[in-house]
Design a protein around this ligand. Sequence first.
Ligand code: COA
Length: 293
Amino acid sequence: MVDVDVTIRLLTADDVDGARAVQMRSFEAHDRAAGRPAPEVTDATLQRQLGRFRHFMTHDPDGSWVATLHDAVVGTALALRRDSLWGLSLLAVDPDVQSNGIGRRLLAATLRYAHGIDTAVILSSSDPRAIRSYAAAGFDLHPQVRATGPVDRSVLPRSNGRARPGDVSRAEWADGIDRRVRGAARGPDHTVMCGMAQMFVVDDSLGSGYAYLRFDGRISTVAATDDETATALLWECLAAEQDGERTIDHVNGAQQWAVRVALAARLPIQPAGPVFWRGRTPPASYLPDGAYL
Ligand SMILES: CC(C)(COP(=O)(O)OP(=O)(O)OC[C@H]1O[C@@H](n2cnc3c(N)ncnc32)[C@H](O)[C@@H]1OP(=O)(O)O)[C@@H](O)C(=O)NCCC(=O)NCCS
């Protein structure tokens, strides 16, 4: 055990590079252990990851933590609080010192930031240590799948014309959807999400919602007042004029509409790490974002 020498403290600007390196190393090792190639780290990936740490340090300083050993960062955890929702965005421990209780201590530190908050969410990896820790912290486990692959344009249904491109000027309106769908606005998170994705919006007599299609092809969020509107938004993300594969992530049993779209689009569906909720069941017409929930 090395945890006796480990310090758990709030993240500072000087820790950001080290914390990002720990994030990289731990998820590379996680992917290797699962027999998956680690995703390529482009300059855009690097900037997105560094931007995430800075965003949390600015907006959630009390939810942003590191573990240090002899002054080097060996673990990190980021949690956000928006209205009455707490969410864990990141938990990672350097592979050299994993299974020594560091992850458990970091999680406990971020959970202090959930004090007084009823509803909480964690998008888990499939690491058994992560799953054990979240379940032990009183969260309910909901299995998830992910669908990823190239889109066969010949299977795309004719657009019903409901979805339109959106931009950051719709952030306040989108916050209203977020409050209805997941009980909490995104606030400053919309600005950062708009910077790395194309936004689509639906706002008509049938329903309202928005989606983000990230420039790397990941559908990072769908949030809508009803499943039909969520379905229209998801199809729009698949049909958008953007090269490359698409990934529909974080789909659980409450989101059969997303399973139906993935099947119709012939995207292979695979098991993924579970989502954990505390204080409520998963919202239905909603696919969360991996970093900003
Ligand atoms: C998941 C992770 C953060 C856990 O941190 P850690 O310091 O390695 O884990 P801990 O030592 O705190 O152990 C957490 C729990 O798992 C148990 N555990 C430890 N090693 C284990 C193993 N090999 N298999 C199963 N459980 C194990 C611990 O006993 C502890 O449970 P307990 O509190 O009931 O005793 C870390 O392993 C990691 O970075 N993994 C890769 C990235 C990742 O998946 N992050 C989670 C994203 S949601």
